[in-house]
Design a protein around this ligand. Structure first.
Ligand code: BEZ
Ligand code: FE
Length: 308
């Protein structure tokens, strides 16, 4: 409607220009209003989470004086992160990993405890239906790499050996790729076994190598923009479950790897670094005669007793 044409007198008011204190008060009032909108949350915990999230998110925007263009760019980044996800690819977890949020959550929920093996990041490459590997069997199952004998004992934090306990292990091949990163449904470099009467586990696998985290998505753009390398130091993953104990999710890292001090996902802990000894020929611990190069690591896995 054109009021002037209709003879209506329009009085134009210039918006009041707030001073800094007033601007700050307005921004705070908005934050408070949004926080208050969660007061009716159906659970106390949900209210606590959302209240803190809104306060920190608003605090961040105010702190950096977020521009509209930056807000748009963040929305575009998150949209593309979601679009990159499917059953085999989880770009949001990768984002959480490279922001250190995954390791912070590990630290909060599985803090280091005296005598138990430390936990680290789970990563996106675990699969539920890996094959069972007998004691001394071959977990590599065709994964390329230098054969590596992996053994150790699973025990409780009170020192008791844990027999009959499930140990899952998984790793990348010598090209730095997990089986799930190849086309097709090949299973290689992963499996589980049950510990023996003295809590022992042992299997052949391949010598771990360092590798880049998936580098064809928005998260790798973020790393590049930050001048960060997308590398993870060489490691083998473990997941160990035993009744009455906290499930242990961890890695053994290869001593001497050049990326130990700049893991893209901040997962390295000194206590998880072990010596992988290299051999050529000779007799392996399982009594087999070896022709070429092979490696060996011994790494005990100690599970924290659950209280209560
Ligand atoms: C991994 O070690 O498998 C991993 C962990 C975090 C991000 C990408 C890969
Ligand atoms: Fe890994």
């Amino acid at each position: 409607v054109n009021y002037r044409e209709q003879g209506v007198t329009v009085t134009q008011t210039t918006p009041h220009q707030p001073d800094a204190a007033e601007q700050q008060a307005r921004e705070q009032a908005l934050t408070d209003e949004v926080v208050a909108s969660f007061a009716t949350s159906t659970s106390d915990r949900y209210r606590e989470l959302m209240t803190s999230l809104v306060r920190h998110l608003h605090g961040f925007a105010r702190d950096v004086r977020l521009t509209h263009a930056e807000w748009e760019s963040a929305i575009d980044f998150l949209t593309r992160t979601g679009q990159k996800c499917d059953e085999r690819r989880q770009e949001f977890i990768l984002l959480s990993d490279v922001l250190g949020l995954s390791m912070l959550t590990v630290g909060i929920n599985a803090p280091a405890s005296e005598g138990a093996t430390e936990s680290t990041v789970f990563g996106p490459f675990f699969v539920d239906d890996a094959p069972e590997i007998p004691q001394g069997g071959d977990l590599a199952h065709g994964a390329k790499g230098t054969p590596c004998w992996v053994s150790g004992q699973v025990r409780s934090s009170d020192g008791t050996p844990l027999a009959g306990v499930r140990v899952d292990a998984w790793e990348a091949d010598e090209d730095g790729l997990y089986d799930t990163q190849y086309e097709g449904n090949r299973t290689a470099g992963r499996g589980w076994q049950t510990t023996g009467p003295r809590g022992e586990y042992r299997f052949w696998s391949v010598q771990p190598v360092h590798y880049p985290v998936p580098d064809d998505g928005p998260v790798s753009e973020m790393l590049a923009a930050a001048g960060r390398r997308p590398m993870r130091p060489a490691h083998l993953h473990f997941k160990v479950t035993a009744p009455g104990h906290r499930t242990l999710i961890t890695h053994v890292f290869v001593a001497g790897d050049e990326y130990l001090d700049r893991d893209a996902v901040f997962g390295v802990k000194q206590s998880l670094i072990a010596e992988f000894t290299e051999h050529t020929g000779g007799t392996a611990p399982d009594g087999t005669t070896r022709d070429g190069r092979w490696a060996q690591v011994e790494f005990d896995l100690v599970l924290q007793i659950l209280k209560g």
